[in-house]
Design a binder for this molecule. Structure first.
Ligand code: FMN
Length: 379
C-alpha cells in the first residue's frame, strides 16, 4: 500500500497494517475490552445529519480557528499520543513537522519518545504537553516547571487515565515497552524485517519526558502498568486546581465527559476542556464525546474553550463537532496510522483531512467556521 493510494482514514489504516508488526498495529488500532466505545465514537457522528445552506455566493473559505489562545489554520490538531517512534523512527519529529506545515497544534505525550525541548526548538507551531499526574507530587511540579521553561503553549492534564484501560489486544500480543513478546508476537515482527531494521538502526528508544524524574529502567513495563503503578488514582480537583495555579497559562483537562465536571473545570480556572474517552482505550462502555458535546457546549461554551476528540475520520465529522459547539477537534489514530509512512505520511493525512474540511465547508454554504451552528444539524 503506497501513500498515493491513500484517500481516507481506512486507507491509512491499511497502510499501517501492511507496514507495522501486528502487535504495534494492534496497539494503535485497539481499544479497551469489547471496543464498544471505539466503535461508538465513529458511529456517533453518523447519528446526526448536516443541513447545508445554499446560494450563499461563496468565495474562499477560511478554515482557521482560535482555541486556547492559539490560532490554528485548520480546525483539527494532532492529539498527544504515546510511543510515536515505535510507529516510525522519526516519531514525534515527523508529527511536529507535519503539524507545523499544516499550521496546527501538536501534542507531546508524557510517554513521548522525543523530548519536548527538541520539538519546541524545531517548530514554532503551537505545542501542547500532555501531562500524567504521578504519585510523587515533587515529580509533577518538576515536570511542569520543565515544560514551562521549554515554552510549551498549552498544558493538557489527562484525567481519564488514573489506571490503565483493559486493552486485551495488547495482552494477547504481549505488547510491552521495551518489547517483550509472546511467540506469536515475535513471529509477526519477523514478518516485517524493514520495520525491525529501522528500529534497530535508529536512536535508542527512550522516554525523555520521564528521564530524570522516573526510573523506567526496571525491565519491561507495559503502558498499562505505567498508568496503573506510577500514576496517582487519588488525583483530585484540589490537585488539578493547584496545577492550574502553578501553570498560570493555557490549561485544559483532557478526558472530561460530564457536565458537572465541565462546570468544575470552569470553577478551578481551566481555560479549556477536551471531551474525550481516550479513543475508547480506557473505559469501555463510555459515551462518545460527540454525544456529550451539545449539552456541555450549551451550558459552559461561553466560559471555557471546548474541544473534543474520538472517532474523527472525515471532514464532515469535524464540521458536525464545530456546529455542535467545539472550538477545535483532536485526531489520534488518523495521523498515527499515516505516521507508518513517516513525515510524508502525516502530511498526506493532514492534507486529506484539510481538503475534506474545505470542500465540506463549501458544500455546507459557509466561508467561516464560526457560521456553523446547531441550525446546521438534524437529529
Ligand atoms: C496509540 C495511541 C496512544 C495514545 N497515547 C495517549 C497518551 O499518551 N496520552 C493521552 O492523553 N492520550 C493518548 N491517546 C489518546 C489520544 O490523545 C486521543 O484522545 C484519541 O486517540 C482520539 O481518538 P481517535 O484515535 O479515534 O482520533 C492515545 C491514542 C492512541 C491511539
Amino acid at each position: 500500500m503506497r501513500l498515493k493510494h491513500c484517500h481516507n482514514f481506512e486507507d491509512y489504516r491499511a497502510l499501517a497494517r501492511r507496514r507495522l508488526p501486528a502487535p504495534v498495529f494492534h496497539y494503535i488500532d485497539g481499544g479497551a475490552e469489547d471496543e464498544v466505545t471505539c466503535r461508538k465514537n465513529v458511529e456517533s457522528f453518523e447519528n446526526v445529519d448536516l443541513v447545508p445552506n445554499v446560494l450563499r455566493g461563496l468565495g474562499d473559505v477560511d478554515m482557521s480557528v482560535q482555541v486556547m489562545g492559539q490560532k490554528l489554520s485548520v480546525p483539527f490538531y494532532c492529539s498527544p499520543t504515546a510511543l510515536q517512534r515505535l510507529f516510525h523512527p522519526d516519531g514525534e519529529y515527523a508529527v511536529g513537522a507535519a503539524a507545523s506545515a499544516a499550521g496546527t497544534m501538536f501534542g507531546v505525550s508524557s510517554l513521548g519518545t522525543v523530548s519536548l525541548e527538541d520539538l519546541r526548538r524545531k517548530h514554532k507551531t503551537p505545542q501542547s504537553y500532555q501531562f500524567y499526574f504521578h504519585k510523587d507530587r515533587g515529580v509533577n511540579r518538576a515536570m511542569m516547571e520543565r515544560a514551562k521553561t521549554a515554552g510549551i503553549d498549552v498544558m493538557m492534564l489527562t484525567v481519564d487515565s488514573i489506571t490503565g484501560g483493559n486493552r486485551e489486544r495488547d495482552v494477547r500480543t504481549g505488547f510491552t515497552i521495551p518489547l517483550r513478546l509472546t511467540l506469536g508476537g515475535m513471529a509477526s515482527f519477523a514478518l516485517k524485517p524493514r520495520w525491525v531494521f529501522d528500529y534497530l538502526r535508529h536512536e535508542k528508544f527512550r522516554f525523555p519526558q520521564l528521564e530524570g524524574h522516573i526510573d523506567m529502567s526496571g525491565g519491561a513495563v507495559s503502558v498499562g502498568n505505567y498508568l496503573t503503578e506510577m500514576l496517582d488514582p487519588a488525583m483530585s480537583w484540589d490537585d488539578a486546581a493547584e496545577m492550574v495555579a502553578q501553570w498560570d497559562g493555557q490549561f485544559c483537562l483532557k478526558g472530561v465527559m460530564s457536565l458537572a465536571d465541565a462546570r468544575r473545570a470552569v470553577d478551578i480556572g481551566c481555560t479549556g476542556i477536551i471531551l474525550s474517552n481516550h479513543g475508547g482505550r480506557q473505559l469501555d462502555g463510555s459515551r462518545a464525546a460527540f454525544e456529550q458535546l451539545g449539552e456541555v457546549a450549551d451550558a459552559v461554551g461561553d466560559d471555557i474553550d471546548i474541544m473534543m476528540d474520538g472517532g474523527i475520520r472525515r471532514g464532515t465529522h469535524i464540521l458536525k463537532a464545530l456546529a455542535m459547539g467545539a472550538k477545535a477537534v483532536g485526531i489520534g489514530r488518523y495521523y498515527l496510522f499515516a505516521l507508518a509512512a513517516g513525515q510524508k505520511g502525516v502530511e498526506h493525512a493532514l492534507n486529506t483531512l484539510k481538503s475534506e474540511v474545505e470542500r465540506d465547508m463549501k458544500l455546507m454554504g459557509c466561508t467561516s467556521l464560526s457560521q456553523l451552528s446547531k441550525t446546521n444539524l438534524a437529529f
